[in-house]
Design a protein around this ligand. Structure first.
Ligand SMILES: [Zn+2]
Length: 244
């Protein structure tokens, strides 16, 4: 969204993005500035656009996909008519936006507003709204040390109450974007779910040999490496953690 076009005030933004076609056009322009839309299934670029349902149908593989597929919005039922005014608010705010302000402005619950704020900040720290792709390294950490090596982790893993540190799951696209998000535990389903949420299925994923990552190969081209860890931790520390 450039400064000289689009809505100027919050009220204008809410009205502007109330039109789902406008949302799809806006997000398309952000994701694919050159206008070439790759099918998330086969990467081919020849499609029909089914305007009534706002989905693309790939001419090659016949699969349909919406603008949300392949973005951090994909697994959320929240409408783009809520997401985009929130993005507009967060991008435009000089001094930051609270989840309370999003709740008030968009009429979503405080819990939803917090979720949206968190997701949008992650996307902004990663540089765009697409998932990580190419070569992606994933690891988990406490700030200040490897999560699973810390005694505190055992307490965290057994439930709430004694957790004085949050575990952070970091994913980095080599040469580029970083996503770091707090996780409630270090189980396979949690870490795999997080990777599916933020990493494109065509990516190559590198982790160490922690058993929680064992089943990743079912969904991704998955490789085990040593010392992915320090790299990820350094990048997470320098780029993203302080945003929380
Ligand atoms: Zn296709």
């Amino acid at each position: 969204m450039k400064n000289n076009e689009g809505p100027k005030t919050l009220l204008e933004a809410v009205k502007y993005f109330a039109d789902e076609d406008v949302c799809v056009r806006t997000l398309s322009a952000l994701r694919w500035p050159d206008g070439v839309v790759p099918c998330p299934n086969c990467q081919k670029t020849d499609h029909y656009y089914l305007a009534t349902r706002r989905v693309w149908k790939c001419k090659a593989c016949k699969k349909q996909f919406s603008i949300k597929v392949g973005t951090i919005f994909e697994d959320s039922p929240i409408s783009l008519t809520k997401w985009l005014p929130a993005v507009w608010m967060i991008c435009g705010a000089k001094n930051g936006i609270s989840s309370y302000e999003i709740h008030r402005a968009l009429g979503v619950t405080q819990k939803t507003a917090w979720f949206m704020l968190h997701r949008i900040r992650l996307a902004m720290s990663a540089g765009n709204f697409g998932k990580l792709n190419g070569e992606v390294e994933a690891d988990e950490t406490f700030v200040g040390g490897k999560a699973r090596n810390q005694h505190a982790w055992q307490r965290v893993g057994k439930g709430r109450g004694s957790q004085d540190k949050a575990a952070v799951h970091g994913m980095i696209e080599r040469g580029g974007k970083v996503v770091a998000t707090t996780v409630p535990n270090l189980t396979g389903p949690t870490l795999r779910g997080n990777i599916e949420r933020f990493v494109h299925p065509s990516a190559t994923v590198y982790t160490d040999e922690f058993k929680a990552y064992a089943m990743l190969g079912k969904k991704f081209d998955h490789h085990f490496v040593d010392h992915a860890v320090e790299y990820v931790v350094d990048r997470v520390h320098t780029n993203s953690i302080e945003n929380f």
